[in-house]
Design a protein around this ligand. Sequence first.
Ligand SMILES: Cc1cc2nc3c(=O)[nH]c(=O)nc-3n(C[C@H](O)[C@H](O)[C@H](O)COP(=O)(O)OP(=O)(O)OC[C@H]3O[C@@H](n4cnc5c(N)ncnc54)[C@H](O)[C@@H]3O)c2cc1C
Length: 240
Amino acid sequence: MGSLDTILHMEYHVRVIEVFSLGNAAFSVRFERPPAFSFLPGQYIVVKTGTGISALTKPLTISSSPSDDYLEVTKSSTGHPFAESLRTLTAGDEFVIRGPFGDFTFQGEYGRVAFIAGGIGITPLWSMILNAAEVLYDTDITLLYSAKTEADVLFHKRMTDIAEKNHHLSIVITLTAPTQGWKGHTGRINRWMIEQEISGWQDRVFFTSGPPGLVNAILAILREMGVPDNHNRFEYFPGY
Ligand SMILES: Cc1cc2nc3c(=O)[nH]c(=O)nc-3n(C[C@H](O)[C@H](O)[C@H](O)COP(=O)(O)OP(=O)(O)OC[C@H]3O[C@@H](n4cnc5c(N)ncnc54)[C@H](O)[C@@H]3O)c2cc1C
């Protein structure tokens, strides 16, 4: 009999459907969803590649929607051993997942929310946006998303398509290393950008996700703006 943890968070051997690039910054691994596996948008799994002493294990957010019949994770392309062991998987390969874990989730508990993402921190918010587009038609979401270049903006086309159809979703992107011709915001997310772009921010619950430096900087700004702690949900992606 397994430990309580194993029972509560089942381990599954899953099979790759496909691995595809999302520009230079990241790639996605789509894999078969075990029939018994359910999760909430924003949750993560622990992914193990390899076996024995060459096994590598890291937490990764599920970047697909709970309504999809497959599961997906999106990994930043760091070139490091774990990233490479995932990137080089091909259809039919097996790996192990455990989960789901985490309480950085959103399924319509608040009518008006603000999502703030830095780089790969978009993954839990993307799952929430996909879910909201499918089932939470009236939830008002503004996403403020910081990436390096336009090519590094993950899920850009799908995001824009959803925002065009759903007027309750607004997307604002800022680039820290914009290429010539970019007409949107530039530089890191700052107080002015939040106040300017997130209408009615006083009434929204904030969900912030990204590398610890970015999350801490945003939390400091939100506190300075007077956003109460119980309107501040956040997820750290350590390891950057
Ligand atoms: C709840 C949660 C959810 C997460 N979700 C995601 C997600 O959806 N997508 C995602 O990509 N990540 C996610 N992460 C982060 C993820 O778990 C990894 O930590 C991260 O992706 C980096 O992994 P890596 O193997 O590519 O790099 P690592 O090998 O862990 O390297 C990380 C850093 O260490 C440095 N480094 C590594 N090896 C060396 C060395 N030998 N000498 C010096 N420096 C070194 C690298 O330069 C890099 O800056 C999540 C983390 C948490 C906690």
